[in-house]
Design a binder for this molecule. Structure first.
Ligand code: AMP
Length: 393
């Protein structure tokens, strides 16, 4: 029997799980997901070699209909194929830790209630995270459960990076710039200390460019600002999310264009960003292949906003020692990395085109004042690490 840590990442339409050996190396043993919940769900689990060890697919409207049922399905499939493993702790990705939860916590009834009270701040995500916690408590009674927050890494922001210029009372009521993708940034900060120890204590901008996208300014291993604010809508354009928007646009849509709150939610979360601009797809690979004028313009807007935020975050840091790319687009698209770095010599960035094309860890030339890095992220491993740390505490 191997002792293991189970990581659960319950998102809005999919649930990912990963099982790690509870040892110093945190070896990944099994991983998988259930996708298209409520539509035509598909479930798959793979072993460490990538071989599929469990697979199930349902027709439209069949199989697990909601998160509770989907969690039960994937929990049961996991128990079937991982019978020889004993789960000693379960770590959950939880989107919102509010203003006070600045580190991973063991979930007890009081914390569970606190997390539920934060649901209005992240109504599209927090309820699914809570469903994950409840389902695992039912499937694995008595096993320690830990919540790891997307917001926690950013809780040390200076006040000017934590607020909007709204009346103070609103800040006190929680209308703050929380920042997200914190588990990814915490992982990259940890990896920086391994791959580039000489700059890990310096001024670093990390660009997490995936389906969700944001950037973070890190000084001495700590976040000082981020492009995401009160929700995961702000900052960079994303697959389907708008990114930064003049709030006057929202007022106009409400008062003159007949939008109501549900229609605005659909527009800003699901119909905007790369998908809205290209009229084609939210997927960067599809846009790079398509080559239509609209697809190219969508990519150009994405790159423009990254470059602009790089300047802003560099100003917040008072200079730049390294720029690190991560997540699906940041790790895999040499073209986007090259476009972001193009003509950035004024900032001290000199990209090594060959190293970038090969996707090496160091992408800058030896003469580049700013180190450009490609560091794959691993939010699940970060959660496993924090969970194990609390288990051993
Ligand atoms: P993530 O949310 O981190 O899984 O990232 C998903 C995004 O990464 C999608 O837009 C994908 O199209 C993009 N992506 C993945 N692989 C590549 C690639 N080889 N080239 C360009 N984009 C990619």
């Amino acid at each position: 029997m191997t002792d293991t840590v189970l990581v659960v990442n319950a998102g809005s339409s999919s649930i990912k799980v990963e099982l790690f050996a509870a040892d110093a190396a945190l070896t990944s043993l099994l991983s998988g997901q259930i996708e298209a919940i409520g539509l035509a769900p598909r479930l798959a689990l793979r072993d460490a070699a990538g071989t599929t060890v469990a697979e199930e697919a349902w027709g439209q409207g069949e199989g697990p209909r909601d998160h509770r049922a989907a969690l039960a399905a994937i929990g049961t499939a996991l128990a079937r194929v991982a019978g020889q493993h004993r789960i000693v702790a379960i770590g959950h990705r939880v989107v919102h830790g509010g203003a006070t939860l600045a580190a991973p916590v063991v979930i007890d009834p009081a914390i569970r209630a606190e997390l539920a009270a934060l649901a209005p701040l992240a109504p599209l995500h927090q309820p699914h995270n809570l469903a994950g916690i409840d389902a695992m408590a039912e499937l694995h009674p008595g096993v320690m459960q830990v919540a790891c927050f997307d917001t926690a890494f950013h809780r040390g922001h200076p006040w000017v990076a934590d607020t909007f210029a709204l009346p103070r009372a609103l800040w006190r009521r929680g209308i703050r710039r929380y920042g997200f993708h914190g588990l990814s940034y915490a992982y990259i900060a940890m990896r920086l200390a391994e791959v580039a120890p000489e700059i890990a204590r310096g001024r670093v901008v990390v660009a997490h460019l995936g389906n969700g996208a944001s950037m973070c300014a890190i000084r001495d291993g700590r976040s000082i600002d981020s492009t995401m604010g009160f929700t995961a809508l702000d900052g960079l354009p994303m697959g389907t999310r708008s990114g930064q928007l003049d709030p006057g646009v929202v007022l106009h849509l409400l008062t003159a264009e007949g939008y109501d709150a549900p229609a605005l939610t659909r527009l800003l979360y699901h119909e905007s960003g790369l998908k809205g601009l290209s009229g084609l797809s939210s997927d960067m690979r599809a846009l790079e292949r398509a080559g239509t004028a609209e697809a190219q313009e969508a990519i150009a807007y994405f790159v423009y906003r990254i470059r602009k935020e790089l300047g802003a975050l560099t100003a917040a840091l008072g200079g730049l020692d390294a720029l690190a790319f991560t997540a699906g687009i940041g790790e895999n698209s040499a073209a986007i990395r090259a476009a972001v770095c193009e003509g950035m010599g004024w900032l001290g960035i000199a990209l090594d085109a060959a190293a970038n094309a090969r996707g090496e860890t160091v992408l800058s030339t030896p003469a580049s004042r700013v180190r450009v890095l490609r560091i794959p992220t691993d939010e699940e491993r970060m959660i496993a690490l924090e969970t194990l740390r609390l288990l051993r505490a």
